[in-house]
Design a protein around this ligand. Structure first.
Ligand SMILES: Cc1cc2nc3c(=O)[nH]c(=O)nc-3n(C[C@H](O)[C@H](O)[C@H](O)COP(=O)(O)OP(=O)(O)OC[C@H]3O[C@@H](n4cnc5c(N)ncnc54)[C@H](O)[C@@H]3O)c2cc1C
Length: 493
């Protein structure tokens, strides 16, 4: 395909990945981003020496990032300096009841053995199977455009899929190996990234445990936004033209062909192909004539969205004690909080939360002698998020954070910004204010996900965390590549 004009909407991981793959294959790519800076949910902002990553903070599956840059003859180290965290993270089960998760596998096994005799050995078996799932999953399954069941019917792959417990829940799978409550909480934690509880996530995703335990938790010095900076630089090198403050208001379609996009400013940009990396629902329901929508509002309403979140970006004017870079506060039971997210949407009575202090690893993200603190409470999508409610929850989690870490924090806060549903909607047109897209439930996997291609418009494609393969940074990177391959295959000149 030579010199096709491609418009990519959105500069998140998926849009950047799609744009770069297409530009590297001779397309003339213009990337349009509504915000003033790139990265989408992975933007950053700075305030008086504090540098805050606005969204993702866990760098998992380093091989996916490596492969992304290697595809273009580059290395991650050409763009950022990656270090492995040790401990990987801390899990807080209560006051004086904290597990620091070691990066070293033998120490990890010993920790399990200490909690439950025999669990160290069983972990080996669990991980051997999880490794197999990771390899087939990440190298094969997620790279499929999932437009037809026949993509999955090759005999070898079918056999592989049967061995991967597609139809068993993660929760049952973990309990086959372990019974200690702390181990179960720990092993069920990674699938929360996929937007549902372990009861509703297929055991295929124990591949996430392999990613966690065997591949490790990494951190790009300077912050997660360094990945975006690297991707933008590579995209520019390949010829992608970036336009910021360029919100698309309509994809103009004539006789089933997307012809151009119209920006909020009124400017029109011609296109041979449009790849929409903005939230799928926004594109499908607000950017195109309804007669071309892939799905009805009823369909969207029935989707299980991954959670939204209440976030706090905080500058503290002293160093903090007794916290690690990543801290999971599991000091309240998961059941009622999960119920408040998935079954009876409401603000949880006793929320679990996550606290990240990247300045423990990286002095560049806070002024000297100070700390960069990021707090996150996962929440049901579409809740009302008034200032009063945000403050109430700030109080609830700060009480616990101060008590468990044994120090005053609030009186040392010199900067605080909250972020929740209404911000996700305003900044990203996020459906129901979701943070992480669409959950990876069994009924929302592969061909059952919103399709990466419009069914009535032959040159309109979708990418990102609401389509295949799913939510999270590595899947979004892969999503951009998968859609680019489809565009290139179907639009040869
Ligand atoms: C708080 C938070 C924490 C997270 N933590 C992690 C983590 O630790 N690890 C991990 O792997 N994943 C994490 N995730 C998930 C991960 O960040 C996302 O899955 C990923 O960034 C999604 O990328 P995307 O390209 O699909 O979407 P986005 O990043 O949302 O990109 C879409 C882009 O489209 C733009 N856009 C929207 N409408 C228009 C329009 N009309 N015109 C032009 N542009 C438009 C938006 O501004 C945005 O830039 C987290 C997400 C959040 C929110």
């Amino acid at each position: 395909m030579s010199q096709k004009k491609v418009v990519v909407i959105g500069s998140g991981f998926a849009g950047l990945s799609a744009a770069t793959h297409l530009a590297a294959n001779s397309c003339l790519v213009t990337l349009l981003e509504k915000n003033e800076s790139p990265g989408g949910r992975a933007r950053k902002f700075e305030h008086q020496g504090f540098v805050f990553d606005m969204g993702p903070s866990w760098y998992w599956m380093p091989d996916v990032f490596d492969r992304y840059f290697e595809h273009f003859g580059k290395k991650t180290s050409d763009y950022y300096n990656l270090i492995r965290l040790d401990p990987s993270y801390a899990v807080v089960y209560g006051e004086n009841d904290i597990l620091n998760i070691p990066a070293n596998l033998d120490e990890f096994k010993a920790m399990f053995e200490g909690l439950e005799p025999g669990a160290g050995k069983r972990l080996e078996e669990f991980l051997a199977q999880a490794k197999y799932k990771y390899e087939v999953g990440i190298h094969d399954l997620v790279t499929k455009p999932s437009r037809s069941i026949f993509e999955f019917t090759a005999p070898g792959l079918l056999l592989d899929m049967m061995r991967m417990d597609i139809f068993q829940s993660m929760s049952k799978h973990v309990r086959k190996y372990f019974s200690h409550e702390k181990i179960i909480r720990l092993m069920e934690f990674p699938v929360l990234f996929l937007g549902e509880t372990a009861d509703n996530i297929p055991a295929l995703y124990s591949l996430m445990n392999y990613a966690d335990i065997a591949l490790g938790t990494w951190y790009p010095m300077g912050g997660m936004h360094e990945i975006i900076k690297g991707m933008v630089s590579l995209a520019e090198e390949k010829g992608v033209k970036f336009r910021y403050d360029a919100e698309v208001e309509e994809i103009e379609i004539e006789n089933g062909i997307a012809k151009r996009v119209r920006l909020k400013s009124g400017e029109k940009i011609e296109a041979d192909v449009v790849v929409a990396g903005a939230d799928y629902h926004h594109v499908d329901k607000h950017l195109i004539n309804p007669k071309y929508s892939n799905y009805t509002e009823e369909y969207w309403d029935k989707r299980v969205m991954a959670p939204s979140s209440l976030l706090f970006y905080i500058g503290v004017n002293k160093r903090l004690n007794n916290l690690k870079h990543h801290n999971l506060f599991f000091d309240e039971p998961l059941g009622p909080h999960a119920d408040a997210i998935y079954k009876n949407p409401r603000w949880p009575e006793k929320p679990l939360f996550y606290a990240s202090v990247p300045s423990i690893t990286d002095p560049s993200v806070a002024p000297e002698g100070m700390e960069n603190l990021f707090l996150l409470i996962p929440l049901a999508p579409d809740l009302e998020d008034s200032e009063e409610t945000r403050e109430k929850y700030y109080g609830i989690i700060m009480d616990r954070l101060e008590k468990i870490s044994g120090q005053e924090i609030r009186s040392h806060v010199i900067y605080k910004r909250s972020y929740a549903h209404s911000d996700f909607k305003a900044d990203y047109h996020a459906f129901k204010g979701n943070a992480y897209g669409l959950a990876n439930t069994l009924l929302q996997t592969a061909i059952l996900k919103p399709s990466l291609k419009n069914k009535k418009v032959n040159n309109l494609y979708y990418t990102g965390q609401l389509t295949v393969p799913g939510p999270g940074v590595p899947p979004s990177l892969i999503s951009g590549h998968v859609v680019a391959k489809e565009v290139l295959k179907e639009n040869k000149s």
